[in-house]
Ligand binder design. Structure first.
Ligand SMILES: Cc1cc2nc3c(=O)[nH]c(=O)nc-3n(C[C@H](O)[C@H](O)[C@H](O)COP(=O)(O)OP(=O)(O)OC[C@H]3O[C@@H](n4cnc5c(N)ncnc54)[C@H](O)[C@@H]3O)c2cc1C
Length: 510
């Protein structure tokens, strides 16, 4: 259904469930509910994935520092979900080496007990000892389902040999692994499109907002045409992230579920810094315990992030003070590399929908998620509070299970190992997650490919970048051949032909 059809369908047919908010938590829940056959409408007043979900630091991570807050459940769940994202969406979520430069040995040992006693407002900088202990726990949480290597802890000399531009005042450098979400926007869209393959019971509309609610009717507004219309769902899921409380207020519910904090990022065009970090994220802390990260994002460098209380999420912007802070922080870790404002190609800022607590320090507010339930007359409203990008699947599962119980329906399908994206069974090529099968099929259809070597030598850089393997060649010949109508013999012949060309002309022997 196109946008017009979807809007028209709502006049005659109200959905069973209305989800307000097309960020990762709304879309994750939409996918899960529609997979179970539930008639669901998802709306967003702006574009999908344009709120907090677009502003994240792109880490699929367990959150090693939350161990210090005693949040073992959260870290274990997020590590498992990180692994699942790497497995289920391999072209968009990849393992990421994360290196922590460490300037002290014993500092920070008492952060956790002082936090526990409520005597710590600002944590002190973590030293080598406490970081080592944290990394041992962190690795253990991965369990048997290992998608990334275990951590490595280097002394000063070895670390400086590996990363020669690092500040020579470091004492250690620890490298552990998390994941990078290359495009949170695309990943969200893929989940949404997966949902819509399930049938016409899955309907979604961007640029449609929830205006208000009366009785069991909810009024929506098409932000494109300005028209308003009513629907009568049996359940409302408020997935409006940092706007949860204002959305509830619009429906007549006075809630205080979130205490948002804003976080900013810069994207820099600084080839020297890009080269110095290689394919590693550098993750470190300021003297007051605040976290800063320097991140390889394709050929650019991303720097973030702040954690500052904010009242109105609509006003969040990256300020000049934050820019100064980020630039100063890079200087602490890579003192010989000049970073300046002219190198900034992009800034972005977003607001974390953190659960309301009495905690004084933003960094200590839990990143865990939970559901709050209210009633509009007899209409239940679930508010999705908190959460991390990384744990969206688990949170969506929790919400869906609760909704299914309310609707008296069984769960038909589990999402734990469900691939994300086109092609389902072969979403990304198994032997090389750089290309999805759908992308290969699309190239075959549009880019005048006749032979397998056209694909590996000229339509892609696979051969140039040394990324070819025999299993990949076989898989490519199948994906391409299925699209071009090759039989089994032709597919084999194309592999033989390409291997010969690679060996003869390019010195590549596979
Ligand atoms: C700076 C920053 C860095 C982060 N880094 C990471 C990280 O590296 N890793 C990680 O795992 N997590 C990270 N997070 C956390 C993660 O991004 C968020 O927890 C998550 O994206 C929240 O998603 P959401 O769907 O709940 O909210 P959002 O993505 O904000 O979605 C809510 C949507 O609701 C819509 N909406 C609001 N009101 C209405 C209305 N009345 N009608 C219709 N639609 C409405 C909005 O337009 C918005 O699109 C970070 C967050 C921030 C802000």
């Amino acid at each position: 259904m196109n946008r017009e059809d979807t809007l028209n369908s709502l006049k005659s047919h109200s959905p069973t469930v209305l989800i307000i908010g097309g960020g990762i938590n709304g879309v994750g829940t939409y996918r899960d509910l529609t997979l179970q056959g539930v008639d669901t409408l998802l709306i967003d007043r702006a574009d999908f994935c344009s709120g907090a979900s677009a502003a994240s630091s792109r880490m699929a991570h367990g959150g090693i520092r939350y161990l210090e807050n005693g949040e073992f459940r959260l870290v274990r769940e997020a590590v498992q979900e990180r692994n699942r994202m790497i497995q289920n969406a391999p072209s968009l979520v990849k393992p990421l080496a994360t290196t922590m430069p460490i300037f002290k040995t014993f500092s920070g040992l008492f952060n956790a007990p002082l936090k526990f006693l409520g005597w710590l407002d600002k944590p002190s900088e973590r030293g080598g000892l406490i970081i080592k202990v944290g990394l041992i726990f962190y690795d253990a949480f991965t369990g048997k389902n290992r998608t990334v290597p275990v951590h490595v802890f280097d002394g000063r000399a070895k670390a400086l040999k590996k990363y020669p531009r690092l500040n020579p005042k470091i004492r250690y450098a620890a490298t552990y692994y998390d994941g990078i979400i290359l495009s949170p926007e695309r990943l969200t869209l893929q989940l949404l499109l997966d949902a819509e393959k399930e049938g016409s019971h899955a309907r979604s509309l961007n640029y449609v907002s929830m205006l208000n609610a009366t009785g069991d009717k909810v009024t929506l507004k098409d932000e494109v045409s300005g028209q308003t219309f009513e629907i009568a769902p049996r359940l409302v899921i408020n997935a409006a992230g940092p706007w949860i409380d204002s959305t509830n207020r619009n429906m007549g519910l006075a809630t205080h579920y979130v205490d948002p904090t804003k976080g900013s990022h810069l994207v820099l065009d600084n080839p020297e810094l890009r080269q110095a970090i290689g394919e590693h994220e550098f993750f470190f802390e300021n003297k007051d315990g605040r976290i800063v990260l320097i991140f390889p994002l394709f050929d650019k460098v991303m720097i973030g992030t702040s954690d500052l209380p904010i009242e109105n999420p609509d006003t969040a912007r990256c300020t000049e003070n934050e820019v100064d802070y980020f630039i100063e922080m890079v200087g602490r870790v890579f003192p010989g590399i000049k970073v300046s404002r002219e190198q900034i190609v992009f800034r972005f800022c977003g607001v974390r929908p953190l659960a309301y607590t009495q905690t004084k320090n933003a960094g200590q507010i839990t990143r865990d998620h939970h559901i709050q339930e209210d009633k509009l007359g007899s209409l239940p409203v679930y508010s999705l509070v908190g959460g991390k990008w990384t744990s969206f699947r688990a949170f969506s599962e929790q919400v869906t299970d609760r909704a299914l119980a309310f609707l008296g329906l069984p769960r038909k399908l589990d999402t734990k190992t469900l691939p994300i994206g086109a092609g389902k069974d072969a979403f990304a090529l198994k032997t090389d997650p750089i290309f999805t099968r759908a992308e290969i099929v699309s190239m075959a259809e549009r880019e005048k490919i006749v032979h397998l070597d056209d694909l590996v030598l000229r339509r892609t850089l696979l051969a140039y970048l040394g990324q070819l393997t025999r299993p990949l060649m076989v898989e490519l010949s199948i994906a391409l051949g299925d699209s071009l109508g090759w039989n089994g013999e032709q597919k084999k012949a194309e592999v033989v032909r390409t291997l010969a060309i690679l060996a003869d002309r390019h010195g590549v022997r596979l």
